[in-house]
Design a protein around this ligand. Structure first.
Ligand code: BJW
Length: 234
């Protein structure tokens, strides 16, 4: 088989699981403990901003001391050493890919470390807790700050850039994602339409496994470094 010349990698919560971050839809996942309609929709935020801030403040605090794992480092190595085009698209709002050294990276569902002002759109690093009485540091309005994350019903970030990369790729790889949330769940069809080979790397088969041309199942910290090694060996 010819080596790839343009790779798009999509990652999901499963790649960060072995770093200690909860996934969403596994048995003990985040959505088994909290109703996503209450904390991950604009309507939920409007109804109870205190609850939503508390949910994300807790998750932001939970990221302290969390370290990237071998799968994050392997993807950063792939970006550095692979000679062709490369784009890493993550659905994750943690910063473990950056911490591992990834640079050609899109956070399509936003970044937990950032605040977003609902009044002026200002987006900036926000280290501590967010609350309803804080003023925006750009426009000064109070009560409009929210975490810079993409909720259900909102448009994910940088979709044009992602679709352009998918249209030009010859290998699409999905790592640690259940493939249940659109538009990310539809990336495989975009890549297939472009004639790309498609590979699922996941702990276990997902509902969409049969849509991929290949699949490798196991822990991300084991199967991602092994796959990267193989790609770089040609
Ligand atoms: C391991 C492992 C290990 C474990 N090693 N693997 C009906 C039909 C179609 C679409 C819709 C519909 N009704 C509504 C929609 C749209 C909606 C949607 O898709 N809903 C579905 C649930 C049906 N989507 C949206 O609203 C999106 N916006 C949108 O569509 O805008 C319009 C648009 C149109 C056209 C083009 C573009 C846009 C926005 C979605 C926003 C999602 N937001 C969240 C929360 C973000 C903030 C936060 O973190 O709180 O994003 S929801 C949550 O799910 C989070 C994740 O990024 C996302 C995906 O989850 P992920 O990463 O796949 O995690 P899991 O837990 O599901 O899976 C983990 C996997 O890892 C599992 O398979 C495990 O086996 C595996 N694993 N350990 C390897 N060690």
């Amino acid at each position: 088989m010819r080596p790839p010349s343009s790779i798009v990698v999509l990652t999901g919560a499963g790649i960060s699981a072995e770093s200690g971050i909860d996934t969403f839809r596994d048995t003990d996942g985040i959505w088994s403990k909290v109703d996503f309609r209450e904390v991950a929709t604009p309507e939920g935020f409007a109804a109870d901003p205190h609850k939503v801030h508390a949910f994300y403040n807790q998750r932001r605090a939970g990221l302290k001391g969390i370290k990237p794992n071998a799968a994050h480092f392997a993807l950063a190595r792939l970006e550095r050493e692979f000679g062709g085009a490369f784009l890493l698209v993550t659905q994750n709002i943690d910063h473990l890919h950056e911490q591992a050294g990834s640079e050609r990276l899109i956070h399509m569902h936003g970044e937990l470390a950032n605040s977003l002002c609902g009044n002026c759109g200002d987006r900036r690093l926000w280290d501590g807790d967010l609350s309803t009485d804080l003023p925006c540091r750009a426009c000064g309005s109070r009560g409009r700050l929210r975490p810079d994350v993409v909720w259900f019903g909102e448009m994910p970030y940088q979709m044009e850039r992602i679709y352009a990369a998918l249209a030009g790729c010859d290998l699409f790889v999905a790592v640690g994602t259940s493939g249940t949330v659109y538009p990310a769940a539809g990336f495989i069809e975009e890549a297939r339409a472009a004639g790309a080979r498609t590979l699922e790397l996941n702990l276990e088969p997902t509902e969409g496994t049969s849509r991929f041309s290949d699949a490798i199942h196991g822990k991300a910290t084991e199967i991602v470094p092994a796959w990267v090694e193989k790609v770089l060996a040609g």
